[in-house]
Ligand binder design. Structure first.
Ligand code: MTE
Ligand code: MO
Length: 560
């Protein structure tokens, strides 16, 4: 083997050996909240990657998830991201493995203590990774709630050093096999006339040995990886989908409990159980974990009264504001699952303004989050809209970690990207700036588009009326805080028919619509469009989610 092949071969083996170590990091996070190092490293790289490339990556990923019907877009996307992070990590170990091989080939190993080469190279790789991991976890999160720095560092150093030593053992074994075969080759070369044949044969032997070895290492590695990752998956808080009709929300006393229009069977639940609520954030894998006791909201900048609030103060010193809210991701496709409706509780920002008293020159608030995310909100908007709130509870329980514990903001009519979770700081400033996603090419205002979706053509719920068979068709329409004034359905490009609107949970939520269609058998295409509360027809043209949010008419075809 020439040296170049040797390097590739060493790198490949080291990477293979690295796979179960990626899984081990995943398991460590599941069991003990130890860092999932591959994710920390990927999160560190992401800001250096051009925004368009990231959007392209995410869009492609979501396309694949939808096309293959792999499951909930956000959950599967996180899984993909973890896999991608693991691949990058294993790649680093592969490169590290070539160094182990290089040092081994210097024949130093005889003079050095056993396994010291693998150990030292492992530690050398681990040190910068441990620094990056710590920066990712605690750099923007002064209230980090997890294992101490020394435990995390030991874990990272220990795991990667172990990888280094195992890699050394395996590379040594691999090289011995190769050497033994080539010595064999040499003897044969001298002693026989059928040189060519024997050379060919011994090359074949080397190849077979190498392949056999690779299969052995690969097989062991695969088994360990599956066990580690599987256990990790089992032991972590799983994103399950609950049957919405089995969750008891009666404590919420829905204001539209007596609404006349009943959703067509198969329409998505009007109120989204938290377990089913989509989650989007800039972290691959886990969101920042914040110690709720230690956490303080800092208010600073151009205000008369800079201060901090604890979670308890926000809950007790201010009148709680309860609002039913629909939030949507700007990346949501027409008909996608990145939209949900829940009951939000918090403190109106206007109450906060009264306490901190912005100076006349203050024009915006810069919101900073524990995950490194940030956004700006216009102070005039806050002064005009009492509904803008700092929210600490969904469903009358404290926010879940995924959804922004302990504090997130609600801004009506805007996509999720304008509404930071895990807030740590509000700084009053005298100029606007671009937020995290605005910097990456998304809309600066991110006002939600008016959209409507067909959730169901409920053939199984067909019923007779005046000698006609009617089939309930239904879905949602959403236009942020503008509300919905009208929804229309058409079948096979016929006339637009007006649907019935169910009284919504609040003026801030989606509206459930229903149209009972006089059935005709055959193949049909159903389309829906809507008008916002001001009577403006939605954009019918199909436009992609970037930069302003997806638009277009949702359609659904089926044979009846
Ligand atoms: N700190 C922080 N806040 C954030 C984000 C984030 O990545 N970090 N993502 C935003 C986006 S893009 C959306 S769509 C919503 C999603 O909120 P949810 O995960 O609770 O549904 O959170 C927003 N707030
Ligand atoms: Mo989003």
């Amino acid at each position: 083997m020439n040296t170049k092949t040797q390097h590739v071969w060493n790198g490949l083996l080291a990477a293979l050996i690295g796979l179960p170590f990626a899984a081990l990091f995943y398991l460590g996070e599941s069991i003990a909240n130890l860092p999932f190092l591959p994710a920390d490293f990927m999160n560190w790289i992401i800001p250096f990657v051009p925004g368009d490339l990231i959007t392209f990556g995410i869009n492609t990923m979501v396309d694949i998830i939808i096309a293959l019907g792999l499951g909930r877009e956000d959950v599967v996307a996180k899984l993909f991201e973890s896999l991608m992070a693991s691949a990058i990590f294993v790649g680093i170990l592969g490169i590290g493995g070539t160094f182990v091989g290089r040092v081994l080939s210097l024949k130093l190993s005889a003079k050095l203590p056993n396994l010291s080469i693998g150990l030292v190279i492992g530690v050398l790789i681990a040190i910068p990774l441990a620094i990056i991991s710590n920066d990712q976890l605690t750099g923007d999160n002064p209230f980090y709630d997890g294992p101490s720095l020394s435990i995390r560092t030991l874990w990272i150093l220990g795991v990667i050093a172990l990888w280094g030593m195992i890699t050394q053992i395996i590379l040594q074994t691999a090289n011995q096999t190769a050497e033994a075969t080539s010595r064999n080759e040499d003897t044969q070369k001298q002693s026989t006339e059928i040189e060519n044949i024997s050379e060919a044969r011994s090359q074949k032997v080397t190849a077979i040995n190498r392949r056999k070895f690779l299969v052995q290492v690969g097989g062991t590695s695969a088994v360990l990886t599956i066990i580690g990752a599987g256990l990790g998956e089992l032991l972590r808080e799983n994103e399950t989908i609950v049957a919405a009709d089995q969750v008891d929300f009666s404590f919420l006393n829905f204001p539209n409990a007596n609404a006349r229009v009943i959703p067509a069977p198969g329409t998505r639940p009007e109120y989204t159980p938290i377990d089913n609520h989509y989650r989007i954030d800039i972290n691959s894998a886990n969101p920042p974990s914040i110690d709720g006791e230690a956490w303080r909201l800092t208010l600073k900048g151009l205000i008369e009264n800079p201060t901090t609030y604890s979670l308890q103060q926000l809950q007790e010193d201010f009148t709680p504001l309860n609002q039913y809210v629909t939030i949507s991701c700007i990346s949501n496709r027409i008909g996608g699952s990145l939209i949900g409706t829940t009951g939000w509780t918090g403190v109106s920002m206007q109450d906060i303004l009264r306490e901190v008293r912005p100076l006349p020159e203050a024009t915006h608030i810069k919101i900073t989050s524990a995950d490194g995310f940030w956004e700006y909100v216009d102070l005039d908007l806050v002064r005009e809209d009492q509904r803008i709130m700092l929210c600490y509870a969904w469903n009358e329980e404290l926010l879940r970690v995924k959804h922004g514990f302990p504090l997130r903001i609600y801004i009506p009519d805007r996509y999720g990207m304008k509404q930071p979770k895990w807030i740590t700081e509000l700084e009053f400033v005298d100029s606007w700036g671009r937020g995290y996603w605005v910097e990456r090419g998304w809309s600066a205002e991110a006002i939600v588009q008016t959209t409507s979706v067909i959730d169901t053509v409920a053939v199984e719920a067909a019923y007779e009326q005046n000698g006609q068979t009617l089939i309930p068709i239904g879905g949602i329409a959403y236009a942020g805080a503008r509300g919905i004034s009208k929804v229309e359905v058409r079948i096979d490009e016929g006339e637009w028919q007006t649907a019935e609107l169910r009284q919504p949970l609040s003026p801030l939520t989606w509206v459930i619509w229903r149209y009972d269609w006089p059935m005709q058998s055959g193949e049909h295409t159903f389309e829906v469009r809507c008008y916002d509360g001001e009577g403006t027809l939605q954009i019918e043209e199909t436009r992609p989610n970037k930069p302003n949010g997806a638009t277009g008419i949702h359609s659904f075809s089926t044979t009846i």
